[in-house]
Design a protein around this ligand. Sequence first.
Ligand SMILES: Nc1ncnc2c1ncn2[C@@H]1O[C@H](COP(=O)(O)OP(=O)(O)OP(=O)(O)O)[C@@H](O)[C@H]1O
Ligand SMILES: [Mg+2]
Length: 210
Amino acid sequence: MDGMGIRVEHLYKSFGKERVLTDVNLTVEPGEVVGLVGENGSGKTVLMKCVCGFLRPDRGSVTVGGKRVGKDCDFPESLGVIIETPGFLPYRSGYRNLKTLAALRGRIGRREIDEALRAVGLYESRRKAVAKYSLGMRQRLGIAQAIMEDPAVLVLDEPFNGLDKVAAARVRAILLALRDRGKAILLASHNPLDIAELCGRILEMEVQPA
Ligand SMILES: Nc1ncnc2c1ncn2[C@@H]1O[C@H](COP(=O)(O)OP(=O)(O)OP(=O)(O)O)[C@@H](O)[C@H]1O
Ligand SMILES: [Mg+2]
């Protein structure tokens, strides 16, 4: 692997006596979308949180963009993320929320933010308070946030949640274009059609026996 993408090796994570991840191994290479499927509670979100450094695994290693998560970095540098329902400041506009988040890394400005808002179809609503957004609009704002810095790696937990047909088709097209530009994408979804259309490989998670 050329230092980009995701590599997870021998990952273990338990909560008390509940084993959630047992020796999970996975790679996502640049230019590929890997699907994460499995029942509710099978550990998809826990795995994704470990990849992003939001949760510390009990054992094993996670490498994102060539950096060991939790060792070389706390949060991988070139990573865009949606984990579960994205949280935003409700009384700030969509644009203002993205601007605040972009300021954390200081890498992008208005042009890139507007471009991301346009890509997800929120440009016209960018000045509206997020409290007045529908569920699907908030989800699309989450997608805009994940892609706005053009990261090399994307971790997307149920990005199609709450999206109507048109919005879902739009997001699928965005993800395929990003894949074709060499991004490494890990995608969890309960929709078999999205998985079939987008993913070159699929990893099925199972609920661990107690
Ligand atoms: N912070 C936590 N503390 C304790 N247990 C947790 C924590 N986070 C997750 N779990 C447990 O880990 C298991 C896996 O949860 P996870 O959210 O990864 O499932 P999932 O595969 O994403 O499910 P879904 O399809 O519903 O999104 C569940 O049994 C859950 O209760
Ligand atoms: Mg989940």
